[in-house]
Design a protein around this ligand. Structure first.
Ligand code: FAD
Length: 459
């Protein structure tokens, strides 16, 4: 009775923001431990540099391109070179190429040749299988590319402000919302609702100006109506009577992912005057606070991933089929498994929080599943059009993470015992790290909310 129905726009008390926030307080320490301290979950294999944008010529979308950078920051030349978008978007730390089939034969012992760092247990990181499956919601990483990608440290490359913006970024988001949503008219996003008051670029995000631009009354009114401490947001403009459930869920997943990316870039923001990395409350107000539907979609994604992780838990434990995390290193394998179970057990500690059984069932639902999957794959392909390395890394990881969650929820039934989904290493890494992103976003939103309240009480 407590599960969030994907139908719900106004969610019941069991799934209020505060319920999810309490759950998150419990899950987050274990999730941070898993994603930041284990070799298995802190390194991701991804093809970042060898795929072309399949939808348009993306040369103009690159952050290195001065046109993109100038639009992002008021005057790029005035910014010290290390703070320019092209620099901030670069990957940091060692990364290693995937060994490839021939290399695997030559050097099975140390296929990455220690290039990820001497302390990285390669037996936990290297992945050989590239098999793909009809049930995938994401494009397999090796599709149409000769390279199998690079191993990258996620800890060394946190998701944060990079300065990537302008036409390139806009084109990607537009394509995600417009081209990949079932029917354009069914998915009015905030801009279409005429509420978008975002400042044009990070440099313009001065809190006071944003509040004024947004219309202070409107902000206060929205806050009153959508107090985030009471159950989920009402009336978002998305709840078209004729819009079917599956399409709405698709939209919410995308919008929630976008909201999470925005939260991170506002939270870990570079103040180009002082050179300090710090939260930017104006950025939060203009992108999230004034759009309660976006925050609601963020929490919705948290509930969806919690359910996927809880459902997967038993299959990752030793008792069932088990999963080998570090081949040939039983100590590390056991330690990694214990950290995984700490997360899955906590995710499963609340009553089922999202009810996936309601989807793809009635009306046009069953016929939509393939369409839904194909569209989500297109979103994952669009990540090759993102013109900033770090943003592309996290964009790819998160679309793969949501794709894995959708696969766990919708491609495997809930018999007792449920069917066992076999997931590739990249899928597991993406799933748990996407959950960790959402978990940090929830914390950041809570802190931002407190900052806004403080500022408002001083008015
Ligand atoms: P954008 O965030 O670009 O939004 C475009 C339009 O979409 C808005 O005008 C609004 O109408 C609508 N919109 C915005 N948010 C939502 C939502 N949650 N739900 C529904 N509609 C919405 N920049 C970084 O600094 N660091 C990163 O790590 C990073 N990663 C990125 C990953 C991807 C895949 C992409 C496409 C971009 C990434 N960017 C990143 C760029 C960043 O997302 C913004 O595009 C950029 O900061 C410009 O912001 P904006 O204010 O123009 O609006």
């Amino acid at each position: 009775a407590c599960a969030i129905s994907p139908k719900a726009i106004v969610n019941d008390a069991c799934a209020s923001y505060s319920t999810l926030e309490r759950l998150n307080c419990n899950v987050k320490p274990a999730l941070d431990e898993l994603t930041q301290t284990t070799d298995f979950f802190s390194h991701y294999r991804v093809n970042l540099f060898h795929k072309k944008c399949p939808f348009w010529n993306d040369e103009n979308g690159m952050c290195g391109n001065i046109a993109c950078a100038v639009e992002t920051l008021d005057n790029e030349e005035d910014i010290p070179p290390v703070w320019r978008a092209s620099e901030l978007g670069k990957l940091e730390g060692p990364h290693a190429r995937h060994p490839g089939k021939s290399m695997q034969k030559q050097q099975p012992e140390r296929p990455l040749q220690g290039r990820l760092g001497e302390n990285v247990g390669e037996s936990c990181v290297v992945e050989y299988d590239d098999e793909c499956d009809d049930r995938d919601y994401c494009v397999p990483e090796d599709e149409s590319a000769s390279s199998k990608g690079d191993y990258v440290s996620l800890v060394r490359n946190p998701e944060r402000f990079t300065g990537y913006a302008g036409d390139g970024a806009k084109q990607v988001w537009d394509a995600i919302y417009r081209e990949n949503c079932f029917q354009r008219s069914s998915f009015p996003h905030s801009a279409a609702l005429g509420k978008d008051t975002s400042a044009k670029g990070p440099a313009a995000m001065d809190f006071k100006a944003v509040i004024e631009a947004a219309g202070r009354q409107q902000v206060l009114e929205e806050q009153r109506q959508h107090n985030p401490l009471t159950p989920f947001v009402a009336k978002t403009g998305l709840e078209h009577e004729d819009e079917c459930l599956e399409k709405r869920v698709f939209y919410r997943v995308i919008s929630g992912m976008h909201a999470s990316i925005s939260t991170h870039l506002c939270w870990d923001f570079l103040n180009q005057t002082t050179g300090q990395w710090q939260p930017n409350v104006g950025c939060y107000v203009s992108r999230l606070h004034t759009f309660p539907d976006r925050i609601s979609n963020l929490y919705f994604n948290y509930a969806l991933l919690t359910r996927a992780i809880a459902k997967l838990g038993p299959h990752l434990s030793k008792h069932h089929q088990g999963y080998t995390f570090c081949l040939g290193d039983s100590d590390q394998d056991a330690a990694t498994r214990a950290k995984v179970m700490a997360v899955t057990d906590r995710a499963a500690s609340v009553p089922q929080i999202f009810d996936e059984n309601l989807m793809f069932k009635n009306g046009e639902g069953p016929s939509l599943k393939e369409d839904f999957r194909n569209r989500f794959r297109n979103v994952s392909r669009l990540m090759d059009c993102v013109g900033c390395d770090k943003c592309r890394l996290w964009g790819k990881l998160q679309t793969a993470g949501y794709g894995t969650a959708l696969k766990v929820l919708f491609e495997f039934d809930n018999n007792d015992p449920p069917e066992v989904p076999f997931l590739k290493r990249t899928e597991l890494v993406a799933l748990f790290n996407t959950y960790a992103r959402l978990s940090s976003s929830l914390i950041a939103v809570q802190k931002f909310r407190g900052m806004v309240e403080q500022i408002e009480s001083a008015y």
